[in-house]
Every structure is written in C-alpha cells, then in structure tokens.
Design a binder for this molecule. Structure first.
Ligand SMILES: NC(=O)c1ccc[n+]([C@@H]2O[C@H](COP(=O)([O-])OP(=O)(O)OC[C@H]3O[C@@H](n4cnc5c(N)ncnc54)[C@H](OP(=O)(O)O)[C@@H]3O)[C@@H](O)[C@H]2O)c1
Length: 292
C-alpha cells in the first residue's frame, strides 16, 4: 500500500488532507501534528520520515499570525523557522531520500502592485509574514528538485483542531451577523478564496498523477474583495444583513496586505467557483438551506 505522510494535520488544511487520503483505500495515511513532529527540527523530521518511509510528504504546517509577527521580532523569528527554514530542512531530507515534498505558499509573497500574478511572477513581499513564506519558497527550491510548491489564498473550511488555527472569514462573518444587522467590510484586497477540501483533493491528484515538479497556483475561481465575498455569503445563506463597503484604513492592522493579489492558475484544470464551494460548506457545516 502507498504511504503518505501529512504534517500539520490539526490545521484547517491538514485535517482535510488527512480526510481525503483516508477515504481512499489505496493509501496508508500517517497524519501528525506538532505533538509528534516539529517541522523546525531536523532530528524530529528525520525520525518520522524514517519510521513512515512515505511515497510523498505533504507539509501543511504553518505560522499564520500575520500581524503578530509584524510587530514582534521574536514572533518573526518563529515565523521564519516554521514557514522558512523548517521547510528547507524537510526539502533537504526529501532530496537525500528521493521523496517528493508538497509545500504551500501564499499570495502574500507578492506586493499587490500588479494585481494578478501567474506562477512565474517574481515575489516581492511587503510584510514579515510574506517574507517568511517567501523564505520557505526559496529554501524548498534550493534544497530539492522534487517539490510541488502550491501557492493558495484565503483558505476557508472547518476550523482546525489546533489552537493557532484561524477561523475562516466566512465563519467570522456569520458570528458577527448574529449580533449585527449592518456590517462594515473592507472592499479591497481582491484575491481568490480557496476551499480546503477542494485544495486537499487537488493535492492528492497532483501526487497521484505525478505532474511535473514546480510551482502551481491552486485557488477557487472568482476573485473578489472581502466586501464582495461577504455580500455573496449573506445572499447564499439567505441572511438579512446589510454589508457596507469600507476602505482598509477603517480597520488599521500592523501588517500591510497586498491591495490586490489574484493568483492566476495557468497550469492546472481550474477548481469550481468559490460560491459553489461556499454553498456546500454552509449546507454541510451549518445545516443551512442555501439559495438555489
Ligand atoms: N489560512 C490561509 O488563509 C492561508 C492562505 C495562504 C496559504 N496558507 C498556507 O497553507 C498552509 C496551511 O494553512 P492553514 O490555514 O491550514 O494553517 P493552520 O490552520 O494554522 O494550521 C497549521 C498547523 O501547523 C501546525 N504547526 C505549527 N508549527 C508547527 C511546527 N513547528 N511543527 C509542526 N507543526 C506545526 C499547527 O499546530 P499547533 O496548533 O500545534 O501550532 C497547526 O496544526 C500553510 O502553509 C499556510 O501558510 C494559508
């Protein structure tokens, strides 16, 4: 039986990766989180990889506290370890043992000036988080040839089990709407939402089909701003909430975000539109009867 090693399995994406591989009898799944393997430790990675001897490793770990690592140097060092140097160590081990690595990066490696970015576009991050993820991209590419580097953006899905795991934008909007009939939402930062079960399935396909190694963009179709997505959400969910578009300056945050960072997928078959995925998410996780 084929063996897959998933690390960061308690995160939002990691738990869906474990689910899609477990649903297929041809894979023996080894899904671990930080309590069992530390992505920043060579010793820990070597031990688990030797134990499992996988056909591929999927790295779903991540440091995602975008604002915290902008204003705190110790946090930035941690971000560089988890998002940058750790993946580099993993890639080096992968190369030594001939095991391919899947690693995830983000639209935040781009500055937002060009608004749309294909797989060949040159990163130029404007935040510490973006710099830590770009470091990961460089470390992966420097240390192995056998990598699938998957850039994605605005993940949504069931919240991860881990304490650090962020709730998605849509969950936050639904919670806010319980106490507010009018919501101000930033009408900027146009980019693509990505449903974690869709991304997990596409990851499985990438490994199984053995497509050429390299950089890929995996996002759901339908770029939009936060405001546009909130308006779609309440329409689909048939919730009576008024959404008011505002500038990002109304909600100042320590880290800069790209003003638009639409990832263009020019290499793979596109995923479905994000509103279709959102309908499924609302029906399965909130039991909502959504708009037909
Ligand atoms: N969320 C987004 O919108 C987004 C957008 C673009 C790209 N991405 C990328 O997609 C990937 C998955 O993101 P996600 O949102 O699913 O992340 P997440 O929910 O925050 O989960 C990350 C997981 O990594 C684990 N982890 C943290 N440090 C670790 C370490 N040193 N060793 C082992 N495990 C560690 C965490 O466990 P603990 O709880 O124990 O810390 C957590 O289970 C990441 O690479 C992320 O950068 C995410």
């Amino acid at each position: 039986m084929k063996r897959i090693l998933i690390i960061g399995s308690h995160g939002m994406l990691g738990q869906d990766l474990a689910k899609v591989f477990e649903a297929d009898q041809s894979w023996h799944v080894f899904a671990f989180d930080r309590d069992k393997v530390d992505v920043a430790s060579e010793e820990s990675l070597l031990k688990i990889i030797d134990e499992v001897d996988p056909q591929a490793v999927v790295n779903a770990t991540g440091y995602n506290a975008v604002d915290k690592c902008e204003s705190d140097e110790i946090e930035y060092e941690l971000a560089k370890k988890i998002n940058g140097f750790g993946p580099g160590i993993l890639a080096k081990i992968g190369k030594e043992k001939g095991i391919p690595i899947v690693h995830y990066s983000t639209d935040y490696v781009f500055d937002g000036e060009k608004e749309e970015y294909d797989e060949k576009a040159k990163p130029s991050p404007i935040s510490n988080y973006g710099r830590s993820k770009f470091l990961g991209e460089e470390e992966i590419q420097k240390n192995t040839d056998k990598f699938w580097l998957v850039r994605t953006s605005k993940l949504f899905g069931r919240p991860g089990k881990s304490a650090m795991s962020k709730r998605s934008f849509f969950d936050t909007m639904i919670t806010l709407a319980k106490d507010n009939r009018i919501l101000k939402v930033v009408d900027e930062e146009k980019s693509c939402f990505t449903y974690t079960p869709d991304l997990a399935l596409k990851t499985k396909e990438i490994i199984e089909e053995g497509i050429p190694f390299g950089i890929y963009h995996v996002i759901n179709e339908g770029p939009c701003t936060w405001f546009e997505a909130a308006a779609e959400l309440f329409k689909i969910a048939k919730m009576d909430v008024e959404v008011v578009p505002v500038a990002s300056s109304e909600f100042p945050r320590p880290a800069k975000r790209p003003k638009a960072s639409v990832l263009l997928n020019t290499k793979l078959k596109p995923l479905r539109h994000y509103t279709k995925a959102l309908k499924e998410y609302l029906e399965e996780n909130y039991g909502m009867l959504t708009e037909k």
